[in-house]
Write a protein that binds this ligand. Structure first.
Ligand code: C2E
Ligand code: CA
Ligand code: CA
Length: 873
């Protein structure tokens, strides 16, 4: 860099070049560069030391306003041009010439022998004169075509103008072009191939990869893995669309599956709870299982299930497996009121209650402590309600959440489902209890039934065997109940049974158990019964029964008979205790003694021990029964009108046993049916024999109470009659008043059935019962048999004469014939005849006789056994 005064300022060569005494302002380019706006080429010279061809390039350094402040010059070694040739991409056989403005060669490369020579080619010279740069083709002296290109600095008028000329053989250029062309084609082919390959690979990579991802994703869906979305790995809009579809499907499937799993778990738990309910597991167990089910399904939840009694007022059950027991302790047995706090709100309001924020809910004010202690933030309650009967409330399911959030639709559905299950559990349990109650109790009086009492007696036996503590079984039968029932109606009869039962219960209290074992029959188990205590209790029981009852304002007085059988004297088994209390009861009734303790000696006396059911059955099978026939005479003609068949038991050891000893036992069971049918058949058989022998008599057989309850009796009787070809109206069946009145609604159709087949009916033992003659009008009977208690005393009692007279008159007015039984002497017979009585029967006429003696009776009119008859004839 040279200052404007010509002195060098700095140099890129070496520092010692900068000699201050050197002044360059005299150089020819100095003035010129200050005048020219750009860079100029300076003089050319050969370096004195380096002998290098030097060439200067000079420029003025100027300020922004254009004024120069220094001059910069660069000396260029021209040799560097040839060195740099390769570097600039010039071919190796190119010749470079540097010409001055007169086209004299200043430098030639690579052959510098041309130095100083003038350019020979006119074509080129001309071009150089006219243009500053250009190119053309020339044929040189060697005959080859050369490509010439040149460039000049400045115009030709410029004294320092220099021209650079490049000469390259055309063949070289062509070969380069050809080479480039081939390379181009090769490259194009190569590029095309590469492009194709890349395209194919790209396409493959793009499509294949996407499809692979999608396939894998679909496979994952198949394996039920839903939480790995495919979209992030997918490229391309279409594939992304498919991928996002798949992801949506996956998340929907996941949701569905979650829902499905939840509901499956729920169903399984439901089924488990239903199984518990069906197996009649304790209610609390079912509810605890239900609580766990809810807690399982709703995270962070605690459950309490609260149940009410049937009056819907008192809490009977509280189940809260994971809440502090204090909560249930406080609620159990409490009456429902607002004081019990939020827990019972659903019970009070009979609808679902939701507390989204417990702390802010006024309903929680009573239970705020509990909420705090148990971290309860949200709670809801679902009532357990049945639509029948009329929205009755059974309880509530309370769900406490240790988290603040509103219950979801799923939560509420679950709660509703749980309430449904709880309802099933409760109703099932109540039904179960009712059934159990019904199976153990008498529906009318609410007392235990015979079955239950029997089981208590069995338990008492076991207990007594271990502890030797005595107990007694009491059979109590109401005297006069039937009369009340028949005269005042079933409704009051039922009421009487209920009130009587209550009184018995009050007397017995906690000393035993009272049950109803039959129509007007009660069974009592008395525990710890020492003798004095027993007597007191029996008297109290009788007193209670004899105290008048008030039935809907009607005063009624009855009494009772009690048979007592005590363990172990009266028996050590249920069966014997029951049987002995019963026989003692019958005896007490017969004797009118109120109560009677069973005595083994009585049994021996009356042969009761052989009057067992099995004994009777055996007797029937072994044909140990026989019939005796008691003649009945027509009081007008004195002839034998008929014979009454009276049963006896021809016992192999005991001899002939009276019907009074075993009919009562037979009547207690169904054995009375075959027994009665046997009597009827045997009577008909004997009678038809006598009739065939020329004695046109009738035959009578006795029916018992139980026979009248069998609606098939008429049918059976008809079969017998047909079998023996016997005229139905020659058979008379005798029924007692009490047998008919016992259950007149059932007895009446049977009697009508018998009447329907032509059989005649007689009312036996008339006068001992309570029924009036007016009652008899309803019965299809034709004959009244006045009880022998009136007849035997007829000759002594004017009162009885009056009664019998009235009976005969009334009977006749009702077109009934009258038979007097128990005629024991002539006087009575004569009185009866005078009274217009139709038939007579009694020891005074004839005792009951075996069938084989009947023919003799018919034949021997002068039989001394029938003295009275002789008077008629
Ligand atoms: P019933 O039907 O009143 O039979 C009359 C009973 O009075 C018979 O007693 C008879 O022997 C007795 N008797 C007859 N005349 C006199 C008399 O002048 N004085 C006295 N004191 N008694 C007399 P029996 O045979 O011991 O029968 C008793 C009861 O047993 C019968 O009373 C009847 O209710 C029942 N009975 C007898 N045979 C049968 C039967 O085959 N079936 C049923 N269900 N009961 C029968
Ligand atoms: Ca009779
Ligand atoms: Ca009788």
């Amino acid at each position: 860099i040279i200052g404007l005064n010509g002195q060098p300022l700095c140099s890129g060569l070496m520092s010692n070049v900068l000699h201050t005494e050197v002044n360059l302002s005299d150089r020819p380019y100095f003035e010129r560069v200050l005048d020219s706006p750009g860079t100029i080429l300076g003089e050319f010279y050969i370096g004195r030391i380096s002998e290098s061809p030097i060439f200067l390039v000079i420029t003025a350094l100027r300020r922004d306003d254009g004024s120069p402040y220094a001059i910069g010059y660069v000396s260029l070694d021209l040799r560097s041009l040839s060195n740099q040739k390769q570097h600039y991409g010039v071919s190796s056989d190119t010749q470079t010439l540097l010409l001055d403005r007169n086209n004299i060669v200043l430098k030639a490369h690579p052959d510098n022998s041309l130095y100083g020579a003038a350019l020979t080619s006119d074509t080129v010279s001309k071009l150089l004169t006219e243009h500053t740069s250009g190119s053309t083709t020339v044929r040189r002296s060697d005959g080859k075509r050369w490509q010439v290109s040149f460039a000049r600095t400045g115009t030709q008028a410029d004294p320092e103008a220099l021209t650079i000329v490049h000469l390259t053989p055309s063949s070289t250029i062509l070969s380069q072009v050809n080479q480039a062309l081939w390379i181009g084609i090769g490259l194009t082919v190569l590029i095309t191939i590469i492009t194709l390959l890349l395209g194919w690979w790209g396409l493959y990579a793009f499509v294949g990869r996407n499809i692979r991802y999608l396939t894998e994703d679909a496979k994952r869906l198949g394996q039920r893995t839903y939480n790995e979305p495919v979209t992030p790995f997918i490229t391309g809009a279409e594939f992304q669309a498919i991928g996002s579809e798949l992801d949506t499907v996956a998340s929907e499937l996941q949701e569905l599956e979650l829902h499905w799993e939840t509901s499956l778990r729920q169903r399984q738990s439901e089924a488990q709870i239903l199984r518990l309910i069906a197996n009649a597991q304790p209610l609390e167990d079912c509810l605890t299982a239900l609580s766990y089910l809810i807690q399982d399904q709703i995270p962070n939840s605690l459950v309490a299930i609260i149940l009410l009694d049937e009056d819907q007022e008192t809490i009977t059950t509280c189940v809260a497996p994971n809440l502090p027991s204090a909560i249930c302790t406080r609620l159990n047995q409490a009456k429902v009121s607002t004081e019990l706090g939020w827990h019972v709100q659903a019970l009070i309001q009979k609808q679902a209650i939701i507390s989204n924020d417990v702390k802010a809910d006024a309903l929680w004010s009573h239970s705020a402590d509990q909420a705090l202690q148990n971290h309860i933030e949200t709670a809801w309650a679902y009532p357990i309600i049945a639509s029948e009967p009329e929205h009755s409330i059974f309880g509530t399911i309370n769900i406490y959440l240790q988290k603040r959030r509103s219950p979801t639709e799923i939560d509420l559905n679950l709660s509703r489902m749980a309430a449904g299950l709880a309802l099933i559990a409760v109703t099932q349990q109540r039904q179960h209890q009712t059934l159990q109650y019904q199976s153990r109790h008498d529906p009318l009086t609410g007392l235990f039934n015979r079955h239950t009492l029997s089981s208590y007696i069995t338990a008492a036996i076991h207990h007594a065997q271990a502890t030797r503590s005595p107990f007694c079984v009491l059979m109590l039968d109401l005297d006069g109940f039937k009369e009340v029932n028949n005269t005042l109606g079933n409704e009051l009869g039922d009421l009487l049974l209920k009130q009587a039962g209550q009184r018995l219960n009050e007397v017995v209290a906690d000393r035993g158990y009272v049950g109803r074992s039959g129509n007007d029959e009660y069974l009592i188990l008395l525990q710890q019964a020492n003798n004095a205590h027993l007597q007191d209790t029996l008297k109290a029981l009788l007193r209670a029964m004899r105290t008048p009852f008030t039935l809907h304002g009607v005063h009624v007085q009855i009494s009772a008979s009690i048979g007592v059988a005590c363990y172990p004297e009266a028996g050590t088994e249920l069966h014997s205790l029951l049987q002995h209390s019963e026989s003692a009861m019958y005896k007490a009734r017969r004797e009118g003694s109120g109560f009677l303790l069973y005595d083994r000696r009585d049994e021996e006396k009356t042969n009761l021990h052989i009057m067992t059911l099995s004994g009777l059955r055996g007797a029937l099978e072994n044909s140990e029964f026989v019939l005796h026939f008691q003649p009945k005479i027509d009081l007008r003609s004195g002839t034998t009108a008929g014979l009454e068949a009276l049963i006896r038991w021809q016992h192999p050891q005991k001899g002939l046993i009276s019907p009074q000893s075993f009919i009562g036992v037979a009547e207690l069971s169904d054995i009375i049916h075959p027994l009665t049918l046997w009597v009827i058949e045997e009577s008909v058989r004997q009678c038809s024999r006598w009739r065939k022998l020329g004695y046109p008599v009738t035959v009578s057989a006795n029916l018992s109470t139980r026979n009248l309850l069998r609606h098939d009796l008429p049918n059976q009787v008809q079969k017998i009659i047909k079998r023996h070809n016997f005229p139905a109206n020659r058979l008379q069946l005798e029924v007692t008043e009490s047998a008919v009145m016992d259950d007149i609604n059932r007895a009446l159709p049977v009697l009508q059935g018998l009447r329907g087949i032509g059989v005649r009916l007689a009312l036996d033992d008339f006068g001992t019962g309570y029924s009036s003659l007016a009652y008899i009008r309803r019965l299809p009977v034709e004959n009244l048999k006045i009880d022998r208690s009136f007849i035997t005393v007829l000759d002594k009692s004017t009162e009885d004469r009056q009664i019998v007279m009235t009976i005969i008159k009334l009977a006749h007015s009702l077109r009934l014939t009258v038979t007097a039984e128990g005629v024991e002497n002539d006087t009575v017979l004569r009185i009866l005849r005078r009274m217009g009585c139709n038939y007579a029967q009694g020891f005074g006429i004839a005792r009951p006789i075996p069938a084989e003696q009947v023919i003799d009776w018919f034949n021997d009119a002068n039989n001394p056994k029938r003295p009275i008859l002789q008077q008629f004839v």
